[in-house]
Design a protein around this ligand. Structure first.
Ligand code: T1G
Length: 725
């Protein structure tokens, strides 16, 4: 049996779906030759339609079937998101949803049992296909992930998932999966009741074939059938159900401020469909899917999906540039960032030497790294021996011993040029000739760092964001002399540890801090003009940022912001040369933010943010009196960031608008439903953005002077992305 898959993998050509019937068992193999993953495209639907017809006709005396993928890493990655771009009207998307529903209804109604033999990702329409099968077996491979991430694309499951999943695993569990889009590994999917069995990859087809025939012989029953009636009967009591939905709605509003229509519509569809049969429930699902798929939010989120996967898969260098494999790294500086980088690397199979000057500092860093690893291991229900293996990958040291075996060394020491120069020299004394020397600096030009290196072409910026375990972006910064293989290795390393990398050219603030600085400076200026801090923060969270700029000051640290602000003011004096004075006053008053529990906001014993510290206004010297319309605050802060982003592309700091959108969304939480600064310009219209900037320039001066590239885009009616509406 296993050889069937091997043969298929080797001979991936022709039809994406193949079926072989032997001794009453049909093995349906998915293997789309045209893509790296299996997706439910129009072509795949057609192929599956023919396969279903052959099974409905009982071809070859078939008694049971197994659906298996011959693609490494994916079973079915869902509907073909590329085809969403063809949805011109709700009816187009609704028709696509109905076509998916009809195919899976036929699969579910087959008179023979069908086993989903899942190895790799079964997401969206992929999981919905598995839910329409009689029995689900998944492998314990780390690549096996099951989930319904549709809300992350601004839509809802459209092939029966909103009806079948709650009926299989209960309402609360289903809502949690569909509202978060979280992906479960096989063991957790089994615990949730989605999967019937978990097996090693090597025996998947063998076990699936045996179980399929056992089901046909009625010697085996799916878990779902063994449970009497729908699970968790308590949930079905109306008062409880109402409570579940109102709590879920409240949770969605707190998280999204109502800016994302899909999760709210999802709740409506599920609540209305619960007491109906699956067919009737799917009616509402298809209609809602149709309406959501053509919303600007969905189009932006599809844009974010493709730009982020492209950024992951495209280092932007010729195929002849080969990255070095990264199996062992060293991190110098075991502070919060260093420990985070060590943990993210260890979690993805890389051995780490974590160095600091003092043993207690190295020990503290090790503790931080291990605590983060154990927390994530617990969430993944890893077994004790697996956890031990994982945490043992991080080894602390106060020496440079073992650095010779490192493929990459990341320095994450204090932001001081002379200290970093000394560390670079020390690293090069102990590390191998071929080592990539990465710096986690967020402000110091990489060109300056490379000056201390004996191998400047090995020096590159590896800018992680805090907290490393949560922030997906790695900003890779090249200087004029960085070797291509070094860039390729840094990119491959970032991808290997599950991050989304963008490559930018060296410049003050690089890309992400470059666009963040004028935004933060403008917020401080607005405070000085008498706008209340919570009003500023609410304006930007209601614009879609996870937190507002004033809260962000307290998070990153006023001293860090002050330092970055000065570097930017020096570098871009014409526009940023007049930094707000409030930050200096805050630092002078010993207010560094959360790290010393004294900032713009007050902090409780537990370190949690409380409310505005009114004493700050006395410090600012201007009592808050100004009622500025929220829309104006959003315009001033949003557009100053967008304009700076366009300027970085104009200057060649960014290589592409794609990287700009990915960097802003994944680096500083630019609202994903707005797609990123460049997509935002396209959707809003370059001329409109230009006019609004010019109006602001009239009122507030040079810091709002539109980027030349924006003027050209408006003049020529050009867009950064051809498929922007
Ligand atoms: N459609 C189209 N292209 C896809 C795709 C999809 N669903 N999934 C991946 N690709 C492309 C991707 O753009 C990249 O292209 C290549 O495959 C490799 O991807 C009815 C309507 C599956 C876990 O949201 O999460 O089903 O850059 O680099 O790291 O209810 O891709 O090489 O040209 O990411 O191994 C729901 C999306 C759809 C899953 C693999 N499904 N995909 O990760 O590879 S909506 C999803 C992923 C839906 C139904 C609804 C990941 C992956 P390129 P990659 P990877």
């Amino acid at each position: 049996m296993a050889t069937i898959l091997e043969e298929e993998r080797q001979t991936a050509q022709g039809a994406p779906v193949r079926m072989e019937i032997r001794d009453g068992l049909a093995v349906v193999t998915l293997n789309d030759p045209a893509r790296p993953v299996n997706v439910i495209s129009e072509g795949m639907l057609r192929e599956m339609g023919e396969i279903l017809e052959r099974l409905e006709n009982g071809e070859g005396g078939v008694r049971a079937a197994v659906i298996v993928s011959a693609k490494k890493g994916t079973w079915i990655a869902g509907a073909d998101i590329e085809e969403f771009k063809n949805f011109a009207a709700p009816a187009d998307a609704e028709a696509a949803s109905r076509a998916g529903q009809e195919m899976l209804d036929r699969l579910e109604q087959l008179r023979i049992p069908v086993v989903a033999a899942i190895d790799g990702a079964a997401l969206g329409g992929g999981l919905e296909t598995a839910l329409a099968c009689t029995y689900r077996i998944a492998t314990d491979s780390p690549k096996t992930k099951l989930g319904l991430p549709e809300v992350q694309l601004g839509i809802i499951p459209g092939a029966g998932g909103t009806a079948r999943l709650p009926r299989l695993i209960g309402l609360r569990a289903a809502l949690d999966l569909m509202l978060t889009g979280k992906q479960l590994d096989a063991r957790r999917a089994m615990k949730a009741g989605i999967v019937d069995e978990v097996v090693p990859q090597t025996v998947l087809l063998e076990v699936a074939s045996r179980q399929a025939m056992a089901l046909a012989a009625k010697k085996l029953q799916p878990r779902a059938a063994r449970r009497s009636g729908s699970p968790e009967r308590l949930e079905n009591l109306l008062p409880m159900r109402k409570l579940i939905f109102s709590k879920a709605r409240q949770g969605v509003m707190e998280k999204t401020h109502g800016l994302y229509p899909a999760p709210l519509r999802l709740l409506k569809v599920i609540e209305a469909g619960l007491d109906k049969d699956v067919r009737a429930a799917q009616e509402m699902e298809a209609r809602a899917f149709g309406e959501l798929a053509v919303t600007p939010e969905a189009r932006s989120l599809v844009h974010v999906f493709f730009t982020s996967t492209e950024a992951k898969n495209d280092v932007g260098l010729g195929d002849d540039v080969k990255p070095k494999s990264v199996d062992q790294i060293a991190v110098v500086g075991a502070g919060f960032m260093g420990a985070g980088i060590a943990a993210a690397s260890a979690e993805n199979g890389i051995r780490v030497r974590l160095k600091d000057v003092k043993p207690e500092a190295a020990a503290k860093g090790l503790r931080t790294a291990r605590e983060s690893l154990i927390k994530r291991a617990k969430r993944k229900k890893m077994r004790r021996f697996e956890v031990t293996k994982l945490v043992d990958r991080v080894q602390p040291t106060t020496e440079y011993s073992g650095f010779h075996a490192s493929d990459v060394v990341v320095e994450a020491v204090f932001e001081d040029l002379s200290l970093k120069h000394r560390v670079i020299k020390e690293i090069e004394e102990h590390a191998g000739e071929g080592v990539v020397l990465g710096s986690n600096t967020s402000t110091i030009p990489i060109t300056k760092l490379a000056e201390a290196s004996a191998r400047p072409d090995h020096v590159i910026g590896l800018h992680f964001f805090s907290p490393v375990e949560k922030m997906p972006l790695v900003e890779i910064i090249t200087h004029e002399g960085t070797a291509d293989w070094v860039t390729a290795t840094a990119h491959a390393y970032a991808k290997k540890i599950g991050k989304t990398p963008i490559v930018v050219h060296d410049s003050p603030g690089f890309y992400v801090n470059r666009i963040l600085s004028p935004y933060m400076a403008e917020a401080a200026l607005l405070l000085q003009e008498g706008v209340r801090m919570e009003e500023l923060d609410r304006a930007m969270t209601e614009w879609g940022f996870p937190v507002g700029p004033v809260t962000l000051y307290d998070e990153v640290g006023l001293d860090v912001a002050q330092k970055a602000g000065k570097i930017m003011a020096e570098a871009f004096a014409d526009r940023m040369g007049n930094p707000p004075t409030v930050i200096d006053k805050m630092v002078a008053d010993g207010r560094l933010g959360r790290k010393n529990s004294k900032g713009f906001y007050t902090f409780g014993e537990d370190g949690k943010k409380q409310g505005p510290d009114e004493a700050v206004y006395a410090l600012i010297g201007n009592p808050p009196k100004k009622e500025t319309p929220r829309a104006e605050l959003q315009e001033r802060l949003g557009l100053i960031m967008v304009n700076e982003a366009v300027r970085t592309l104009e200057e060649g700091v960014l290589r592409s608008a794609r990287d700009g959108d990915v960097g802003a969304v994944f680096g500083i939480g630019f609202p994903p439903f707005r797609g990123g600064p460049f997509w935002y310009v396209d959707v809003t219209g370059a001329q409109t953005v230009l006019d609004r900037l010019r109006a602001l320039e009239q009122r507030f001066g040079a810091r709002y002077r539109p980027a030349k590239l924006l003027e050209e885009m408006a003049r020529d009616g050009r867009k950064f992305f051809p498929d922007a509406a």
